[in-house]
Design a protein around this ligand. Structure first.
Ligand code: NOJ
Length: 874
């Protein structure tokens, strides 16, 4: 597999070298992998041969006192070494000789399906090469309801369509790299404050005391059309694992929410893989098992965190629950089968590397396999270099995601400037080194990654100053710099007054709730630049008439204090680009790459303009967050409320210009009724009759005298003196397996109904890429405009091309809460307005799709009827 990955990357990188304008446009076909039916067959054969305790072992990680992280399911009798996994969306967390990629935010900013796929394939291949069966990534929850949300950067965009495409491509890429993608966090986990009792009460949120994690209320239509939407894409792409989140929904923990896991994820979406808890997001034993959870993450108890004591809701308690009938045996078989099906689906039964690192972020070569017990001292890190040529992909993502916000009089690209002044802490290295703070839990030097479990170790970090110096010297440009934001007014004034161009760097950070920086408890406490950023920019602009602002940030920042300053001649938003940060930036600053990123959210003029925010003070012992804004987050809210943003969703300038013309709408097929999932025969999921019943005799499951017990290790065995009452009539025994529909929901949803084509011309002087965006108004109380298609097109200067975007049934559908199904609005008599443009407010072409006037009972053949319904230009 590694070889395949290298070959594809090599091919991609040859293309990268290609046209001037430097666009990274490999055209590889997202390939499928695995086959669930076969995987299930193998999994059943494997699982039915296991004892009850062996099956329990598969479901329960061994606890935190194990150096190799989250491993579980060792079955010596079968020679099965068990499974292991690790974070994160940016790379293999806590390892060395692995890459540090760009954040999910940058993947979204790139709007580039191939680059998303390639970076995540590299990530998946690195996890595999370290011997990890799964990666706890990618992330689509939080979606980004409020811009302050601490983990938004791990994910993509508050727009569900863009997020769905990016999440789906990420899943496909990671799994093509050979590792199980564990998509997270399911679901409605939109803020860090109050996600866990222990963080809130013990880590300094005082005087707040909460008794349980926050609970979210969200209406069913909003749930389906916003927050659940991208999960459809992921399941359709074959996602093999899911992590349920910390929060509650309607007063029930997500990890014991029968409706969310059994009915929706495994039923409506046809999810075939397993669901694991997060660290401490499991709050019950029996309830979580019955509700559809399949693996307990670290294995140890919650609700107040991981205790490190080897006590589990499952492990021996699950053994007992099956013996006494509280959890039917078929459910345990189903859990084990789903886990093994994911393993076989990824082909991990062949040539899978041994786990070759452990020990967390400090990369010790030797250590205890069981650190809590100080047992088994041996080599735990073999320092395997898994980076391959991935740096090139990461650099390309960084460059092709940079979003140009302002560029007066062609300030950029730089043209051999005589003297450059580089100003700001964010331009240079951290005095503590790129990995100087655990889990990137500080903000020193240039910001290229957020903090928390979305981080990974940098193998190196090319800071902007280093890259600018290296590039500038080629032109004999003089480079001066000041990296102090607080006490260097004199030095700053002096260098920027001399400079031909001043580059001033600012940033804003956030991360996961277990780390606090400057009173940002994961979530940002405001939307302004950190470290006196606004003052720094104003100081430079007051002294230099050619000031270029570079922003590294986790999301939108407020820019009103300086963006209109006449001396601010250009501004770039660079997100969190990972290890190649400086190189990616230089590629764009010097025009080797024409900027092509577009904003995946809105930049507002005030924080209040967004209409949504984090709940910072609990409103009850169980904080309650009501998503009353419904469908109207980010640009949907700005449009509805008539608020002028600073930069709208989808905005991004280029060094060239594009002209749109000649819109055609072609009808490909008629909408079909999307058959509800429940009416499909269960697909490949569990058949309760498949495994013969185990001997339910407790003496067979007591701690074997042949092994000596390791302290704080979670075993599946019962204590010798345990007694239980068989309770075959327990209410739980009547629960049935989730009726799984087809993977990704009804296939009709994905049928292309219309082909929208138009002409796109590069009218400037350099080649570049344009992200054309398709917006629709679906009527029926839907947003004024919502994204339902995009295409990133590379065009050489002067070249014109026809661009085509397909609209699928789901793109024209709303969720019918009464009938619990997707309905194409044209069948409701709605005429759909559509626009093609360069952003959500720079709409170039307009057309409409006439109401279809009723349901079509069967999917019509997918032949083009060549009906042009409307063509017009605004
Ligand atoms: C908690 C985080 O919420 C989750 O994203 C991560 O995968 C686990 N910790 C493991 O680090």
């Amino acid at each position: 597999m590694l070889q395949t990955v290298s070959t594809i990357l090599l091919f991609a990188l040859q293309v990268l070298a290609d046209p001037p304008g430097g666009s990274f446009t490999p055209r590889i076909v997202t390939k499928g992998y695995g086959n669930w039916s076969e995987a299930y067959e193998k999994a059943r054969a494997f699982v039915c041969d296991l004892t009850l305790t062996e099956k329990v072992n598969l479901t329960t990680a061994h606890g935190t006192g194990v150096a190799v992280g989250y491993s579980f399911g060792v079955i010596p009798r079968k020679g099965f070494r068990g499974l292991a996994w690790d974070d994160s969306p940016t790379g293999v967390r806590g390892s060395d000789y692995s890459s540090a990629g760009a954040a999910g935010l940058n993947l979204a900013m790139s709007w580039d399906r191939e680059l998303i796929y390639l970076q995540m394939m590299a990530n998946g291949a690195e996890h595999k090469a370290k011997g990890l069966n799964g990666a706890l990534a990618p992330v689509v929850g939080p979606l980004g309801r409020a811009p302050e949300g601490g983990r938004n950067f791990e994910s993509y965009s508050p727009d569900p369509y863009l997020s769905g495409i990016a999440f789906g491509e990420s899943i496909a890429g990671m799994q093509a790299g050979g590792t199980i993608a564990v998509g997270k966090h399911y679901i409605l986990y939109e803020q860090e404050h109050f996600r866990e009792v222990r963080e809130t009460n013990d880590f300094g949120y005082s005087p707040f005391n909460i008794t349980e994690p926050y609970t979210v209320s969200c209406d069913d239509r909003t749930f389906h059309e916003l927050y659940l939407w991208p999960w459809y894409d992921a399941v359709q792409k074959g996602m093999a694992g899911v992590m349920c989140s910390y929060n509650q929904v309607n007063g029930t923990q997500t990890c014991q929410n029968d409706h969310l896991m059994n009915d929706i994820l495994k039923g409506e979406l046809g999810f075939q893989g397993f669901i694991t808890s997060d660290d401490g997001s499991q709050h019950s034993g029996i309830a979580s098992a019955l509700a559809g959870m399949d693996v307990t993450g670290p294995g140890e108890t919650s609700p107040n965190g991981i205790d490190g004591l080897g006590i589990s809701f499952w492990g021996p308690n699950l053994t007992l629950s099956v013996l006494n009938g509280s959890v039917p045996e078929w459910r345990l078989d189903d859990m084990a089968t789903r886990i093994m099906a994911a393993y076989y689906y990824l082909g991990q039964d062949h040539d899978f590397p041994d786990l070759n690192f452990g020990g967390g972020g400090t990369y010790p070569t030797f250590g205890f396999i069981y650190p809590n017990a100080k047992l088994d001292y041996q080599q735990i890190n073999f320092h395997v270099d898994v980076r391959d040529a991935h740096a090139d992909v990461i650099r390309a993502v960084g460059a092709n995601s940079i979003t140009l916000l302002k560029n007066v009089n062609n300030t950029l690209p730089l043209k051999k400037p005589r003297q450059i002044a580089v100003v700001g802490e964010d331009a240079g290295p951290s005095m503590y080194g790129p990995n100087g703070c655990a889990d990137r839990g500080c903000n020193n030097g240039t910001l290229a990654m957020g903090w928390g479990s979305g981080s990974t170790n940098f193998p190196y970090l090319v800071d902007p100053l280093a890259a600018i110096q290296a590039r500038a010297l080629r032109d004999r440009t003089e480079v001066q710099y000041v990296l102090n934001n607080f006490f260097a007014k004199t030095q700053i004034d002096s260098i920027v007054q001399q400079a031909t161009v001043s580059l001033v760097f600012v940033n804003a950070d956030s991360g996961e709730g277990y780390i606090e920086i400057d009173n940002n408890f994961g979530d940002r406490k405001n939307l302004t630049a950190w470290g006196r950023g606004d003052d720094l920019i104003k100081e430079v602009a007051a002294n230099c008439s050619n000031t270029v602002v570079v922003i590294h940030a986790v999301g939108p920042i407020l820019m009103e204090e300086w963006i209109d300053h006449p001396n601010v001649t250009a501004a770039l938003f660079a997100g969190l680009p990972g290890q190649e940060s400086g190189n990616s930036l230089v590629d764009v600053l010097y025009g080797d790459v024409t900027p092509s990123g577009k904003l995946p959210w809105t930049v507002g003029k005030t924080r209040e303009d967004y209409g949504t925010d984090v709940l910072y003070a609990p409103n009850a012992p169980v904080p309650h967050i009501n998503f009353t804004e419904g469908l109207f987050i980010d640009y949907r809210h700005f449009d509805k409320a008539g608020i002028e943003p600073r930069f709208e969703f989808g905005f991004g300038l280029s060094y060239t210009t594009f002209e749109y013309s000649d819109l055609h709408i072609e009808k490909l097929s008629s909408p079909a009724v999307a058959t509800p999932a429940a009416s499909y025969a269960p697909q490949t999921t569990f058949n309760p009759q498949i495994c013969p019943s185990s001997k339910l005799n407790p003496s067979d499951y007591t701690f074997p005298s042949t092994i000596s017990s390791i302290p704080n290790f979670i075993y599946p065995y019962l204590n010798a003196n345990v007694t239980y009452t068989s309770n075959a009539a327990a209410p739980s025994s009547s629960i049935a397996p989730a009726p799984a529909g087809p993977q990704g929901g009804p296939p009709e949803l994905y049928a292309p109904l219309y082909s929208i084509s138009f002409s796109l011309k590069n009218t400037g002087e350099v080649s570049g890429q344009e992200v054309s965006q398709l917006y629709v108004n679906l009527g029926n109380g839907e947003p004024i405009r919502q994204l339902r298609g995009f295409n990133k097109t590379m065009l050489a200067a002067g070249v014109e091309k026809t661009v085509t975007i397909e609209l699928r049934m789901r793109d024209l559908s709303i969720w019918d809460v009464v009938n619990q199904e997707w309905v194409d609005v044209t069948t409701l008599g709605t005429t759909v307005e559509l626009w093609v443009g360069a952003s959500s407010r720079d709409l170039k072409l307009k057309g409409e799709i006439a109401a279809a006037g009723g349901y079509y009972q069967a999917a019509a053949a997918k032949t083009a009827t060549a009906t042009t319904l409307a063509t017009s230009t605004v």
